[in-house]
Design a protein around this ligand. Structure first.
Ligand SMILES: *[C@@H]1O[C@H](CO)[C@@H](O)[C@H](O)[C@H]1NC(C)=O
Ligand SMILES: *[C@@H]1O[C@H](CO)[C@@H](O)[C@H](O)[C@H]1NC(C)=O
Ligand SMILES: *[C@@H]1O[C@H](CO)[C@@H](O)[C@H](O)[C@H]1NC(C)=O
Ligand SMILES: *[C@@H]1O[C@H](CO)[C@@H](O)[C@H](O)[C@H]1NC(C)=O
Ligand SMILES: *[C@@H]1O[C@H](CO)[C@@H](O)[C@H](O)[C@H]1NC(C)=O
Length: 483
């Protein structure tokens, strides 16, 4: 069975520079849409108020209209409205004056237009940064007649992927009525953020400052899954897909990562629900959406609440979560599946405090600060990694145990970042020198001893998940005995 996914609005942006630009539409446009109904109705008799500019005499006008359809406005700015630039020959200079921000993942703009009688047009484009954006392409000829039936034309705004830059785009449409010498010039202004393509920046990956920003290539939507057999059955889901400029390798990486837990069944594992791969479409990975969601966010929420209410979440609850994670990991270890990215951000929790481990399909985008590129193009959870993984790229259930120790520390600190003061590039040297994360305040010695065992330099000396389950269960019982 294949689920159809209806994409919602994009989740948080992954590129640091884009954060501000994905912001909701600036107020002037809202105002503009609110004003539209107040503009003179088509064909209305000339009032004493100044007439808005027209293409030609209103009575025998060609009835030109040019607008963005409701779908297009929703797609671009998330509002349900049509946006008219010309309605029955009346030009909205206010609408034209607005420089619309095109979301960076949007490559196509659609304009709807028509005229009742002959109107000739000429279409031209200007781009202020040709290094960052190719000349816009359009699927109609640059010169011709405005169609007599309602038609759509498409403008393609593709970034070159060579530089990071905000690009200003001007689309100019000159309209001539009845081959007269008199024509009307309409200017449409657009802005779009362009980013460097991943492949192009490989060489600069050694520069610590830029390397942090180049590795995420995915995008996340909050989507709705519709059952093909019963379209009324809707289910919320996370949908992960790749950015437009993602290379084939990145697509493969996303799919391999996302399929790690496929076919495994355990109450403490949350596998993906669907993978959609269709010819010509970007692959999509669909993950269930849970009420409480991400464990790391949940812990941070608890920390906020804790300030006012110390009883918000008990140590016993936290240890119970740790036991569930250890159970899920023990199952994976028995199946000889190495997770490679165990962390609170890769667990989910529901309102009964049931915890499930997920793959890392979402977390690189939700928590980009937890991943770092160390000179190559791979994005690693450096602060969660065992020394042998960092240095020799060796992964095993024992390196998963190391990460479990860090996850336990995250639980006890309610979602703090481990080794927060240590530069990720210094992590290997720091661990080699024997340093580890400090014991959290209020963390019982017994529990810190468990973490410390997980961080033994020699993988053989680290406990097995089965032993961790056992020892945490005993500790949990002991906690219960005291309350
Ligand atoms: C062009 O048309 C406008 C309005 O229809 C008119 O005011 C203007 O004088 C015309 N210009 C020429 C050169 O015909
Ligand atoms: C539209 O008219 C203006 C003014 O004459 C001219 O400068 C511009 O090149 C024309 N644009 C197109 C696309 O023909
Ligand atoms: C241009 O593209 C749009 C949207 O894809 C389509 O609806 C329209 O028919 C196309 N127009 C032409 C002339 O191909
Ligand atoms: C436009 O041209 C048609 C013939 O092609 C003519 O009948 C009509 O009167 C003209 N209209 C104007 C406003 O010049
Ligand atoms: C990198 O960042 C550091 C501080 O974070 C700064 O001192 C240094 O100049 C930056 N280097 C480059 C090449 O931008």
């Amino acid at each position: 069975m294949r689920g159809a996914a209806r994409l919602g609005r994009p989740g948080r942006s992954c590129l640091p520079g884009a954060r501000g630009l994905r912001a909701p539409p600036p107020p002037p446009l809202l105002l503009l849409l609110a004003l539209l109904p107040l503009l003179p109705a088509p064909g209305a008799a000339a009032a004493p108020a100044p007439r808005p500019p027209e293409l030609q005499s209103a009575s025998a006008g060609p009835s030109v209209s040019l607008y963005l359809s409701e779908d297009e406005v929703r797609r671009l700015i998330g509002l349900d409205a049509e946006l008219y630039y010309v309605r029955n020959d009346l030009i909205s200079h206010y609408a034209l004056s607005f420089s619309l921000l095109v979301p960076s993942e949007t490559n196509f703009l659609h304009f709807t237009w028509h005229a009742k009688s002959k109107v000739e047009y000429k279409l031209g484009f200007q781009v202020d940064n040709v290094l960052a954006m190719d000349m816009p392409q359009v699927n109609i000829s640059v010169q011709g007649e405005v169609p007599r039936t309602l038609s759509v034309f498409r403008v393609e705004l593709s970034c070159t992927g060579k530089v990071d830059s905000e690009v200003m785009i001007l689309m100019q449409l000159n309209l001539t009525v009845n081959s007269s010498k008199n024509f009307t010039v309409l200017n449409f202004k657009r802005r779009k953020m362009c980013y460097k393509k991943l492949e192009e920046v490989k060489t600069s990956a050694l520069d610590k400052n830029t390397s942090r920003t180049i590795c995420t290539f995915g995008r996340i939507f909050h989507g709705i899954l519709i059952d093909e057999k019963d379209p009324n059955k809707e289910k919320q889901a996370f949908v992960k897909t790749v950015k437009d400029q993602a290379s084939e390798i990145q697509v493969t990486m996303m799919l391999t990562e996302s399929c790690k837990l496929r076919g495994l069944h355990h109450r403490n594992l949350l596998p993906i629900t669907h993978v959609c791969i269709e010819e010509g479409e970007k692959p999509m990975v669909i993950l269930p959406y849970m009420n409480w969601g991400n464990l790391k966010l949940f812990l941070r929420q608890c920390k906020l609440v804790e300030a006012n209410n110390p009883q918000a979440i008990s140590q016993q609850d936290l240890v119970h979560m740790a036991i569930q994670i250890a159970c899920g990991m023990s199952y994976l270890a028995r199946r000889e599946v190495i997770h490679k990215d165990l962390a609170a951000r890769n667990c989910v929790i529901d309102d009964t405090l049931q915890v499930k481990i997920t793959d890392n399909a979402l977390s690189r985008d939700l928590f980009p600060m937890d991943y770092h590129c160390l000179g190559d193009n791979e994005n690693r959870p450096v602060r969660w990694m065992a020394l042998e993984s960092l240095v020799n790229n060796e992964f095993s259930s024992a390196s998963d145990v190391w990460a479990f120790g860090v996850t336990l520390w995250e639980l006890m600190t309610l979602g703090q970042t481990p080794y927060v003061d240590i530069d990720p590039f210094e992590m290997a040297a720091y661990l080699k020198d024997g340093y580890r994360i400090a014991q959290p305040i209020n963390c019982p010695d017994e529990l810190f001893a468990v973490m410390a065992c997980c961080w033994a330099l020699d993988p053989e000396e680290r406990p097995k998940f089965q032993q961790l389950v056992q020892c945490l269960t005993e500790f949990h019982a002991a906690l219960g005995a005291y309350v």
